[in-house]
Design a protein. Structure first.
Length: 252
């Protein structure tokens, strides 16, 4: 089965530095993490694209178009936070589940970053739409925004200034991504192996649907829950306390 493709978005770039602290610029750290992430994902066999690979300008429309046109399975937008916080957080769309964000954050915590949160944010101008354009304008691609730490927090900055630590953050995020994609593949396989629709013809010739949740496939064979099958056929299941056996009674 071919590996899912992923597009990585290094936040900001060019004339937009993002968060700044002294000589440290968000755009540079975001690009560094993104390049390591791309390398790591390719090691796992995933086709990878990036919205930028150098220090170039991208306006929101250009960035969102690159993501949508990539037709990737996922988009990961990499950022560094600011404004008096501490730790890593991951933002996911209002219209997606939280699992990818949660798996990524768990891996980032292992590197030593403080756990902050995973969350969604709704637009105040457009109810039921995402606040961040990277979520709102990249649909239908599932996009997460990763904030690896705060550039203006001494503890976070002490880690983020180290190139090797930024590489570890990229590897950690990739572990979360690949775990999520593996679970998605498994889920698809389970759906494909779900019990087929089963029709029962009862004694009166009536066609009745057997509930799928009461059926299982085991080693290629479809098994139907006895109590449910008996009920559909007009019988009852009774427990014989003397023989300690279930009795399937179809007598009128």
């Amino acid at each position: 089965m071919p590996k899912q493709s992923i597009i990585i978005d290094p936040g900001h770039g060019g004339s937009d530095p993002g968060a700044v602290y002294g000589n440290y610029l968000e755009k540079n750290w975001a690009l560094d993490i993104s390049l390591h992430m791309a390398e790591e994902l390719r090691e796992y066999g995933h086709p990878v694209a990036l919205t930028r690979v150098t220090d170039t300008d991208l306006n929101p429309s250009q960035r969102a178009n690159l993501v949508r046109n990539s037709r990737a399975s996922l988009c990961v937008s990499n950022h560094i936070n600011a404004r008096n916080g501490e730790g890593a957080e991951v933002i996911y769309s209002l219209h997606d589940e939280k699992y990818l964000a949660a798996l990524i954050l768990e891996e980032l915590i292992i590197t030593g970053m403080k756990r902050r949160r995973i969350y969604t944010r709704e637009s105040t101008s457009y109810p039921s739409k995402d606040y961040y354009y990277m979520h709102r304008d990249t649909r239908p691609i599932e996009t997460v925004i990763i904030e690896y730490g705060f550039i203006d927090n001494a503890n976070d900055r002490a880690k983020l200034i180290k190139p090797e630590f930024r590489k570890e953050l990229a590897k950690a995020a990739v572990r979360g991504i690949t775990e999520y994609l593996s679970l998605a593949v498994l889920s698809n396989k389970l759906e494909q192996n779900a019990p087929p629709a089963v029709a029962i013809i009862d004694a009166n010739g009536l066609h009745k649907e057997f509930p799928k949740e009461k059926a299982k496939i085991i080693q290629g064979y479809t098994y139907l829950e006895g109590r449910e099958l008996t009920s559909i056929l007009g019988g009852k299941v009774q427990w014989d306390a003397t023989t300690k056996k279930a009795v399937f009674n179809f007598k009128k």
